[in-house]
Design a protein around this ligand. Structure first.
Ligand code: HEM
Length: 180
């Protein structure tokens, strides 16, 4: 994955836990500064090594670390270089989800090596939204849950996310809003 993903993971540890924790994780992972160049594309095994080192350090499951990272990613993107792209993608959760592929497409122009997923909104009732996630990667469903939960918060709402099954080659999620 792109180095910006690694940079975001490092920033999450620094913001939430501080420098000492990051130093320990960095040493344990065996990854040097050259794994954190924003515009470089790294094999997914490098990204997974980093994710594993962070989860191990906090004695957390990889899944819960990915969930936390997904949530963090939304504020990282919004407070970093991607505020205008995210603002253009929509002023409310449902519009944003419909525009997600277009938003990723616009990101892809500047990072051509990215393999970005696609999302399809299957149903958008006012209190529950169903959407399908398609990726050539596997195992990132908890990351998607975290991203969706970050988006719910970003739009000032509260709610829960459930993985409800498969949709062809995709995975289907339902967002149930408690304050639609
Ligand atoms: C402005 C905000 C965003 C930017 C700049 C961005 C950019 C990226 C980048 C660079 C990657 C790595 C792909 C690669 O290196 O191959 C990625 C992956 C991913 N993005 Fe986004 N993204 C944004 C927002 C979102 C949102 C809001 C969602 C979903 C709710 C999302 C879902 C994903 C997922 C699930 C992946 C993992 C890759 C996969 O599933 O194959 N992204 N994104």
């Amino acid at each position: 994955m792109y180095g910006m993903v690694h940079r975001a993971a490092r920033q999450m540890v620094l913001d939430l836990h501080g420098e000492n924790h990051w130093s320990a994780i960095s040493a344990a992972s065996g990854l040097g500064d050259d794994a954190f160049i924003g515009a470089n594309v790294y094999g997914d095994e490098v990204t997974l090594k980093l994710v594993a080192a962070i989860s191990d350090h906090f004695e957390a499951q990889v899944e819960s670390m990915l969930r936390a990272f997904g949530e963090y990613w939304i504020s990282f993107a919004y407070n970093g270089d991607y505020k205008s792209i995210m603002t253009m993608a929509g002023q409310d959760l449902v519009s944003f989800l419909y525009n997600l592929n277009r938003m990723h497409d616009s990101v892809q122009i500047s990072i051509p090596g990215a393999r970005l997923p696609t999302f399809v909104v299957d149903d958008d009732n006012s209190d529950a939204i169903t959407l399908s996630y398609f990726s050539d990667r596997t195992g990132l469903e908890p990351f998607v849950e975290g991203l969706l939960s970050g988006l719910i918060k970003h739009f000032g709402q509260t709610g829960n996310i459930h993985q409800i099954g498969r949709n062809g080659s995709g995975v289907q999620f339902q967002i149930v809003l408690s304050n639609p």
